[in-house]
Design a protein. Structure first.
Length: 382
């Protein structure tokens, strides 16, 4: 068999292989399609914003306290003869009601004695003044010595001092008599009662504790940063409204009040400042409408009405980048950073008060290595 030289076979094989490859490339090239550059842009999700007025709210918690609380003590000694039926823990009373009456026998005797001494002193003063007038006339006529005139003058001074003392003693006796009756200084409720009929009390003996019910107060600690959200112009009309919620008798109830003042300090440890909410007529004593009482000691959740933000937008947490920026997608599907005014954190994201226009789309997808003007594709919302 005749053999071909290797130097002839190798070039022939290379030419044949090149031809086959060329034919394949020409045939396959007709089927290749060029993909648009947009197909390689990142796919992101977006949401359109709609700025609108929004009122801020500050939430807090606190316990109900009486606006005034008073410890009742005996101001004079005596035996208790009468106790009001309402003088028991939880009892209500009106201003001026008799709560406790002591035996006033000793005080009445002291008043009569003081009245008698007052009358006698008044009579002695009147007599001394008449004698002094006569002494003046006799002295002018020369019938009275200087020493006798001085004695008459001294008698008037002593009688006047005795009269003043008797008048003070009479006032003291009448005051002690009045103190045998303990009356309510304001409309309120009994917190504790420590007195009963037959008990002997001395001056200063504790009898009970009462508190006012014309209105209640609720101290509400809030972060000092939240003060910026409130309009605390505490004029005659008071501060911002506040809504209090709590459970009572197995049901949820709501009471309305207003902020009337702030306490004078900020807690250096917690950075909290306490605002005071006031609720009028917490026990509903001035209305015929049935209502749940806002009782002293009750724990409540409070919502304080804050300022109105004219153009507010709530954005998801994942939309905020670098603390105060968002990614805005324009009509050309280009992405740009935009600074925004973050007001506060909300339950689902952040409340933004400026920097976004109505209808603008912001990116809510996690995305890295972003450059301004970068092309993106927006996924349809499901």
């Amino acid at each position: 068999m005749k053999r071909f030289p290797l130097k002839l076979v190798l070039p022939l094989a290379i030419v044949l292989t090149s031809g086959v490859v060329a034919v394949f490339l020409v045939t396959a090239g007709a089927r290749v399609q060029t993909r648009p550059a947009e197909d390689f842009a990142r796919l992101v999700r977006a949401t359109a914003v709609q700025p609108q007025p929004r009122r801020l709210a500050v939430r807090a918690q606190g316990s109900v306290e009486p606006r005034t609380q008073t410890d009742l003590v005996a101001e004079t000694a005596g035996r208790i003869l009468e106790v009001s039926p309402s003088f028991a823990a939880g009892g209500f009373f009106n201003q001026g009601d008799l709560l406790i009456r002591l035996d006033a026998t000793d005080q009445e005797i002291a008043v009569r004695r003081a009245e008698a001494n007052y009358t006698a002193a008044q009579s002695r003063l009147s007599l001394a003044e008449k004698m002094f007038s006569r002494s003046e006339a006799l002295r002018e006529s020369g019938a009275l010595s200087d020493r006798e005139f001085d004695d008459a003058t001294n008698s008037v001074a002593l009688a006047k001092a005795a009269f003043i003392e008797s008048d003070a003693s009479r006032s003291q006796a009448m005051s002690d008599l009045a103190r045998t009756e303990i009356r309510a200084p304001y409309e309120g409720r009994i917190r504790t009662a420590k007195a009963d009929v037959g008990q002997f009390v001395s001056r200063g003996t504790p009898l009970g504790r009462i508190y006012a019910t014309d209105y209640a107060e609720v101290p509400l600690p809030i972060p000092d940063t939240d003060l910026a959200f409130l309009d605390l112009d505490l004029g005659d009309s008071g501060g911002p409204p506040v809504e209090l919620r709590s459970g009572f008798a197995g049901q949820d109830h709501v009471w309305t009040g207003k902020i009337v003042r702030t306490e004078g300090e900020i807690d250096p440890r917690t950075r909290m400042v306490t605002v005071i909410a006031r609720v009028e007529d917490p026990y509903g004593r001035r209305t015929d409408q049935p209502m749940a009482p806002l009782a002293v000691g009750m724990f409540v959740d409070a919502t304080i009405q804050g300022r109105v933000i004219p153009e507010a937008v709530e954005i998801p947490r994942r939309a905020l980048r670098d603390g105060d920026r968002v990614l805005v997608i324009n009509d050309d599907l280009e992405i740009h950073y935009r600074d925004v005014d973050v007001i506060k954190r909300t339950r689902d994201g952040f409340l933004v008060g400026g920097g976004l226009e109505n209808g603008e789309r912001i990116c809510i997808s996690p995305i890295e290595a972003v450059t301004n003007g970068m092309k993106v594709r927006v996924a349809p919302l499901s």
